[in-house]
Design a protein around this ligand. Sequence first.
Ligand code: ATP
Ligand code: MG
Length: 420
Amino acid sequence: MTKDIVHTAIDVGTSKVSTLIAHRHANGDVDVLGVGIAPSEGLRKGVVVNIQEAQEAIRTSVAEAKRSAGVNPSSAYVGVSGSHIEVFPRWGSLRSLMYNAPLSPSEIDRAVDAAFPAELPPENQVLHLIPRLYAVDGLKGVRNPVGMHAQRLDVETLCIVGQTAPIQNLVTAVENTKINVRALVASPVSTGEASLSRDEKEMGVTLVDIGGGATTVSVYQQGCLWNAAVLPLGGYQFTTDLAVALNTPYDTAEELKMRHGQASLDTIDDENVEIQAFGDRRTVRVERRVISRYLHDRAEELFRLVGLKVKGFGFPAMPPAGIVLTGGGANLPGIERVARRILGTPVRTADPVGVDGLPEGMLDPAYVASAGVLLWGTRHLASLDSVRKEERRLNKTSGYAQNTTGPLSWLRERVRKVAL
Ligand SMILES: Nc1ncnc2c1ncn2[C@@H]1O[C@H](COP(=O)(O)OP(=O)(O)OP(=O)(O)O)[C@@H](O)[C@H]1O
Ligand SMILES: [Mg+2]
């Protein structure tokens, strides 16, 4: 097995760091060779707040994946999350000099180039610039204009930016473990890659990834990512609600949530649970109904926020293919029912799809983002020699951060779209 067909993805979440090492077959199938999961340290709300702690968790996760795969990767695709991620549309256009010649991929590249937000302040940087739709001589809704005759080409792109400081902290934490960051993959992109069907993406669907410290809300429509936002709220807040309300340590509240919690009140019984509490009383009895009431209220609040976000994206009603839930928080029993009631739309929970050989324990919504980072890398960067060449060229001319998070990521998206 040669080195360039082994792909590594690292998802540094608030709760866990997961590393996947995989082999991409010539037919595009992706087979996992090894995995490593380590509890996260040094992250809050999806971003690194302590580089030292974060890098130790990354090191542990990568070492375990290396051991189980028997491969020693030197670079990886890395997932980026956090509420510093912003998404907005950008337009670019190009006037073709030769009306009779069909549009070439390089002309399409130039139209997308024109959408690059050059005026972005240095505290922000581009993670992705994803072409959505083209207009050819004013004819709107064209998905792939290669080969069409036109004088003017307009492109509508979705620009995903993040704050430079948290991105740099993440890159430093990963690179301190001697792994080069090959590309950064933002959570709205990664979660959709490993969970949604083509039909859902076409019809319009809202993907809600409920992580430990952040919830990514992404709307897909007409086959591509349409808009997204990251809310600074996740499973951590569900647990903190219990800890504060029941005067119990965070870890006890987390265990309580995992073992006895449910978000829906419809099917709850009258059972009592004994818990360890702060103060001189060592244990207290709590009704399961009480525990679930707090989780239910938090879940309602979360889905109301999701509804407001989707409205804010410009959708008067929820997209017709409904809601797809991912992230560890989607495992809370009854959460689908709450989402259905608050948002009035079909709901399903997704395990990772599109990757073979995941261990059974990872066939869980919590690993959709990790699988998505891997799939994005293998699908969009795998055989793009031109990108590698560009990477080498950029490596010679500028600093690392710019290469991995600025023009290069954007270039990769551009090449991907043209390659479709
Ligand atoms: N069975 C369950 N019931 C309730 N909550 C659960 C369950 N399983 C996992 N969770 C919650 O899921 C959260 C972790 O989700 P996930 O692993 O997707 O987070 P992460 O990717 O590490 O974090 P983030 O994406 O926010 O940076 C934790 O808050 C955990 O309590
Ligand atoms: Mg996550």
